[in-house]
Design a protein around this ligand. Sequence first.
Ligand code: ZN
Ligand code: ZN
Length: 356
Amino acid sequence: MKRRSADIITSLEAKGIDAVMITSAVNRRYYSGFTGSNGVVVLSRKGRVLFTDFRYTIQAKEQCAPYGCEVREVARAIGRSDVEALLREFGAKRVAFEDEAMTVAEFEAYRDMPFELVPASAEINGGRLVKNAYEISEMQRAQAIADAAFSDLLKVVKVGMTEKQVRNELDYYLRRHGADENSFDTIVGSGPNGALCHAYPGERKLSSGDLVVVDFGARVNGYCSDMTRTFAMGEPCEELRRIYDIVLRAQLHCLDVLKPNMRAADLDKAARDIITEAGYGENFGHSLGHGFGLEIHERPYASTRSEDILVPGSTITVEPGIYIEGLGGVRIEDCCVLTEDGYINLCTTPKQLIIL
Ligand code: ZN
Ligand code: ZN
């Protein structure tokens, strides 16, 4: 765990930066282990410190110990003076900060400290790109929980249930199987609502002939899983059947071509070409996939214009979809981790169309 902060200190030192100030919850957690809502982490060759308030001191000491991070209790509104005094103690001159995560108010509070502030979100987030064995095993555990929960869900889903009821059952099974929480709010889109990529579950009742898109994830020790399956309530109409087959073909083709060190944009293209050739290019309006980890969406991104490379240890979802207004939608998503010589697909739930 200490390696995380050692690596970022070293890589920023190479750019003439002597200290890093971390203010976002996700990177606070990644670099210090602290999961509370209030804190600032300062890392430098001279020391590693988390500022937090009385409510979190006991928890923070436990969480930060494996990260070699010292905890200093300060007033609830962590002041610029606390951070400034420490940076002076460290003799810092150039200080990296999270330009993409700070509010304007936070930035205003820090901007006239007597140090040069260097925007460094890319480098600070970049530390999280390559996952280690512990992180991969946590995400594997999260996805195993999601697979088990989905299998339980299929045993209870019936025509007449509302989307909200489907969501409630699934969320309950996720917790029962050991999820700490959801990776994100569960998406359930039935019938025409399936055409809304991020359908918020509503009062619509599942009816015969519907396709139902369910996109969900479990979170374990902060790490996310992400899977989508689309199933049918009774026999779907011909067009829904057809788009299911196209999406499945595109998804399986991506899994065939996925390999370490490929361009993420090429993975997107692999699916897009199939869907476009089948005449539904306009109905696949989102990108193919995204990395996941402590956040549900993080680098790399598999989109048409992405410049990201799928390096070993990075994660990527493979989630093509086709959405037709007024009729419905299909999305099929697996979440994968790149390895030195291939990849691991964390999802084990089958993908042939399930007709309930
Ligand atoms: Zn998803
Ligand atoms: Zn996703």
